[in-house]
Design a protein around this ligand. Structure first.
Ligand SMILES: [Zn+2]
Length: 266
């Protein structure tokens, strides 16, 4: 990442605040002419789509050792290929999940800016990190399947963040996107504040593969794409629908995931 700029002896945060104020005063028309801001802290950054050096250093990327099934990091290294107790006791419908980063403060700011803050320009960067975290999944994938929004939410938000991330991953990996393969047939309540069991009930039966799309995924290896994985209920329901429609294998790749402690079976 490019370090923050310092202009005429002023601190970056001073100019960051000034630029933020100018932006809100002048509106989006001047957006391209103003220097880019860090999506997490609003300080100036040198190039478009990046984090400032300080936020970059606080973003916690996920790397091995992790549960090979759930992709949740282990506190210590139990050895290669080990699954967590959680994956063994309650295996998900998908085969493997991978996330670029832990869903902590910096990742949350990034996701909120991307989703609700008109920062679609973050997609290539986030997609690059995802493609790196999911390189093993993408190496033997036939198609990417973005988790769909219900049309009503798509209409208010204007774009599907999962589809925008899938486009960035296609650019990195060359794996094509299977559009419209998964339909959200029922609007679901926001998952925020629900327990794991409530989340699972909330999304049950919410997704379907239209009959005319079934031949295109039959026997195929798919990678579900979403921005955040919390309890995993949404991607699990999606994976179930895709497998029921004939997909051979479903993996999951997200930008950030909530990390709860998992145990190796020792
Ligand atoms: Zn920052």
């Amino acid at each position: 990442m490019t370090p923050e700029m310092t202009v005429a002896g002023q601190t970056p945060s001073y100019f960051g605040r000034m630029t933020a104020r100018l932006r809100s005063t002048l509106g989006l028309a001047l957006d391209v002419a103003l220097p880019p801001l860090c999506p997490a802290c609003r300080d100036l950054v040198g190039d478009q789509g990046g984090l400032c050096a300080s936020c970059w250093s606080r973003l916690s990327f996920i790397a091995r050792p992790y549960c090979e099934r759930l992709g949740i990091p282990f506190a210590y290294d139990p050895g290669p290929g080990i699954l967590s107790m959680e994956a063994i006791a309650d295996p998900p419908a998908y085969a493997r999940a991978r996330a670029a980063a832990r869903y902590d403060d910096v990742a949350r700011e990034l996701v909120l800016a991307f989703k609700y803050g008109d920062r679609l320009d973050l997609a290539p960067t986030m997609g690059r990190w995802m493609a790196h975290a999911g390189r093993e999944l993408l190496a033997d994938a036939d198609m990417l399947v973005p988790v769909p929004l219900h049309w009503r939410r798509l209409w208010t938000r204007r774009f599907n963040q999962a589809a925008a991330l899938a486009q960035a991953i296609l650019a990195e990996s060359g794996v094509p996107i299977a559009y419209e393969t998964l339909k959200r047939v029922r609007a679901t309540a926001h998952q925020v504040g629900l327990s794991a069991a409530e989340r699972a009930a909330n999304v049950q039966g919410a997704f379907r593969v239209p009959t005319e799309k079934r031949p295109s995924i039959r026997g195929r290896r798919l990678v579900l794409i979403d921005d955040v994985l919390t309890s995993g209920a949404t991607v699990d329901t999606c994976a179930r629908a895709l497998l029921r429609a004939g997909a051979a294998h479903v993996d999951v790749l997200v930008f950030a995931r909530v990390v709860e402690a998992v145990r190796a079976p020792i």
